[in-house]
Write a protein that binds this ligand. Structure first.
Ligand code: SAM
Length: 540
């Protein structure tokens, strides 16, 4: 699209204010790992609470849209109870249809305005309200916090995400301009098209080199270019769009008898992730956690938070120590990388990088090298701390220095350091998937349902995994009932009868047959199994 697409906003369309925007344009509904009860449980336990076990808990999601977040949770935690509410009837209907196809009985989805929530909804251990708070009017924001207060069990926690200042100040200016340009349009397609056209016009009129303003326009354009139309429509063009300084949000939460527990990405809370002098100044000028978080937002120009709240007065203990690791599981996609020659590390230093968070680690401690290599090899599986310790102990015995309690303390401290630094992730729940490729492998019902129509599937770590076309079609058959041979035959049928067409450079290829068909199916199934095993897509 170019700036030529920009048109006058004069329009003779009549605005139909009675239609609810999410019923006209549904929101893409995805899983968010950072909202999963496993994460909320882990952080609240790390910080001194006694949260409900996630295998036996009650979860409420406010603004659950099409169920992309809550439905996979319900499938993987069958003994827990899930309730999702949303104001959009169309989205709830779509979510209910998925629930019916999956045959889930532990989830209730209601077409309900949060304003109408009353006691009958019951109490919950975990409340999730992601991507809603900033896009509803102030009375609904108040009600969301009231629901969190009134419907949480005593050791329950609520995750509420919202847009933050100062980061959204700049983004808000772009939103203002887009909103102005589309103010007389009602057709969502035209609105989206014209919003994009305005951005193109600005980008072509303002040079990226003309200082801060040019840089801002170009960086926003690059960001929005890759977002879906539905995202642009709701996240940027919705009538309600509120942003908060962190301290304002916390003051509002306090009024509702809720207190700050943590961020769902705990690494953002650790001042050690800033340069040393920045960290020292933050600690000096901001003695309490709320102030420290606020100043950290100023430094980072933060745009978004996913804050975990609990009832005011709940006893917390944020001092992490050796006991934090009791019963814990650790996961990290660590890979060894070439060490930076400019850094002058000692010769025996090994450098690692977390492939998801991009956080790095350089160490010359042979026990840490053993631990990190083991975590990387096992990923996506989490490793229990006791198992990790046993590996490290074997290495320590080789080196002839084992004092078990000292070893445990040192490893615990190292892992805490790495967890708050975003290098590893801690939880207290065992893996709910396997890397083993069994005789009759199985993927989740959610993944099979998604694979029938889209290429982005939800894995057992509650993440989005993008698959190629062949693998996606193979997933539809991995139901724990079929052998590899039967799956291969199923794929051959799909390829042969034209249900699935292979493509080269985007162009359709003729349907294979004979030996070629056999070869393609055999290789594709073997490759798919490896890919699914590494992507936490296989369950036992
Ligand atoms: C931006 S979408 C976010 C959906 C999902 N939670 C996510 O993060 O992707 C906001 C959702 O909140 C819902 N919503 C807005 N106001 C609501 C209200 N008063 N009561 C219940 N749901 C509401 C919308 O219908 C929509 O599905």
């Amino acid at each position: 699209m170019t700036a030529e697409n920009m048109q006058s906003n004069e329009s003779n369309e009549s605005l139909d204010a009675s239609k609810y925007s999410y019923d006209i344009v549904p929101y893409p509904s995805h899983p968010f790992r950072q909202t999963h009860p496993e994460r909320l449980h882990a952080i609240s336990r790390m910080f001194g609470m006694s949260p409900a076990e996630i295998t036996q808990c009650r979860v409420l999601e406010i603004g659950c849209a099409g169920g992309g977040n809550i439905i996979p949770m319900a499938e993987t935690l069958p003994e827990s109870q899930f309730v999702g509410i949303d104001l959009s009837q169309r989205q709830i209907e779509s979510a209910l249809s998925s629930v019916e196809k999956l045959g889930l009985t532990n989830i209730e989805l209601k077409h309900l305005d949060v304003m109408d929530v009353d006691q009958s909804l019951g109490k919950f251990d975990y409340i999730i309200c992601h991507g809603v708070f900033s896009w509803v009017p102030p009375d609904a924001q108040d009600k969301i916090l009231a629901v969190c207060r009134d419907h949480l069990n005593p050791q329950g926690v609520a995750l509420v995400s919202y847009n933050t200042l100062p980061g959204w100040r700049l983004r808000g200016a772009i939103r203002d301009m887009m909103s102005y340009h589309v103010r007389n349009l009602s057709d969502p397609t035209k609105k989206i098209q014209q919003a994009r056209a305005l951005l193109e016009f600005l980008a072509s009129s303002v040079s990226a080199e003309t200082g801060a303003y040019g840089k801002m326009i170009h960086s926003e354009l690059n960001l929005l270019k890759n977002q879906t139309d539905n995202y642009l429509y709701h996240d940027h063009l919705e009538m309600n769009n509120y942003q908060f300084y962190f301290h304002q949000f916390i003051e509002q939460a306090n009024k509702h008898n809720l207190q700050y527990l943590a961020e769902s990405h705990i690494a953002t809370m650790w001042t050690g992730n800033f340069a040393k002098d920045v960290a020292q100044t933050l600690e000096r000028v901001a003695p309490d956690i709320i102030q420290r978080e606020q100043y950290a937002d100023f430094v980072r120009n933060r745009m978004f938070r996913q804050t975990i709240l609990c009832a005011k007065g709940t006893k917390l203990d944020r001092a992490l120590n050796e006991n934090t690791l009791n019963g814990s599981w650790i996961n990290s996609p660590m890979r060894m990388i070439e060490k930076d020659p400019a850094k002058n590390f000692p010769e025996n230093t090994v450098s690692f990088r977390n492939l998801q968070t991009n956080q790095g680690l350089n160490t010359s401690d042979p026990l840490m090298i053993t631990a990190i290599e083991y975590l990387g090899d096992q990923f996506p599986l989490a490793v229990s701390f006791d198992d990790l310790l046993a590996r490290v102990q074997t290495k320590a015995e080789e080196l002839g220095n084992v004092e078990m309690s000292q070893l445990r303390r040192a490893m615990a401290n190292n892992m805490i350091h790495l967890a708050v630094g975003g290098v590893v992730e801690l939880s207290y729940t065992p893996n709910r998937f396997t890397r083993e490729i069994s005789v009759k492998p199985k993927t989740s019902g959610v993944a099979r349902l998604q694979a029938a129509s889209v290429d982005r599937l939800t894995n057992a770590r509650h993440e989005i995994i993008k698959l190629d076309d062949l693998t996606r079609h193979i997933v539809t058959m991995i139901d724990g009932e079929k052998t590899h041979h039967e799956i291969r035959n199923g794929l051959k049928d799909m390829l042969h009868n034209g249900k699935l067409t292979m493509r080269k450079d985007g162009e359709p290829m003729p349907a294979p047959n004979g030996e070629m068909l056999e070869k393609i199916a055999t290789e594709a199934v073997a490759k798919a199994m490896q890919r699914l095993s590494k992507a936490a897509m296989l369950i036992s």
